[in-house]
Design a protein around this ligand. Structure first.
Ligand SMILES: [Mg+2]
Length: 192
């Protein structure tokens, strides 16, 4: 068992579920293959599972906050049907330049800023240094680092593109995996 204060932060689109650009339709929820048993295993080992997602479609008028919450609620119902329970879902509705008030703002929550992870840590009692952030974009990896976590890049979603640009990074993700299933398997083996 890991310490009860350790968390695995998961990006949503392109990491936990397949990327469908700016969707608000729960019919688009398609989980990445093989993740259910590994999410169950991670939680059984003591990891908290927390989804951290940028949803700038709200700022741009493509969806409302209520629609994001509804989408997330349906996703949770589908996860629970597989005996997977999430400890939290945090989303950022803002964008620094595109959209309308009050959502166009240089907020503290939009990844790569660590605001959502810091809020989750406060609310759920998470030890960030012992936690992992898993995502498909540079903003996910850097949000993890900016919060003091370690980060894993997955090659689903925009991940293949992200992995192709690593030569310009001054620090590399702690691990690169083909998908979330491989990433969870790797964490389970490393941090028993
Ligand atoms: Mg993503």
């Amino acid at each position: 068992m890991v310490n009860i204060r350790q968390a695995i932060f998961l990006d949503r689109d392109g990491t936990l579920i397949h990327e469908k650009n700016y969707t608000k339709d729960p019919a688009d929820i398609e989980f990445v293959a093989g993740v259910f048993p590994l999410l169950r295993q991670a939680r059984a080992q003591g990891w908290q599972l927390v989804v951290i997602t940028n949803q700038a479609g709200v700022a741009q008028g493509l969806m409302t906050e209520a629609e994001v919450r509804y989408f997330n609620a349906i996703m949770c119902v589908q996860l629970r049907a597989q005996d997977v329970i999430l400890d939290g879902i945090y989303f950022c509705p803002h964008h620094p330049s595109k959209g309308f008030a009050p959502y166009v703002t240089d907020c503290h929550c939009r990844k790569p800023k660590p605001g959502m992870l810091l809020q989750a840590a406060r609310e759920l009692g998470i030890d960030l240094k012992k936690s992992w952030m898993i995502g498909d974009r540079r903003a996910d990896i850097e949000a993890g680092w900016n919060a003091g976590c370690r980060s894993i890049l997955v090659k689903t979603g925009y991940g293949a593109e992200t992995a192709g640009n690593l030569s310009s990074w001054s620090r590399l993700p702690e691990q690169i995996c083909v998908d979330l299933a491989e990433a969870l398997d790797w964490v389970a083996a490393k941090d028993k």
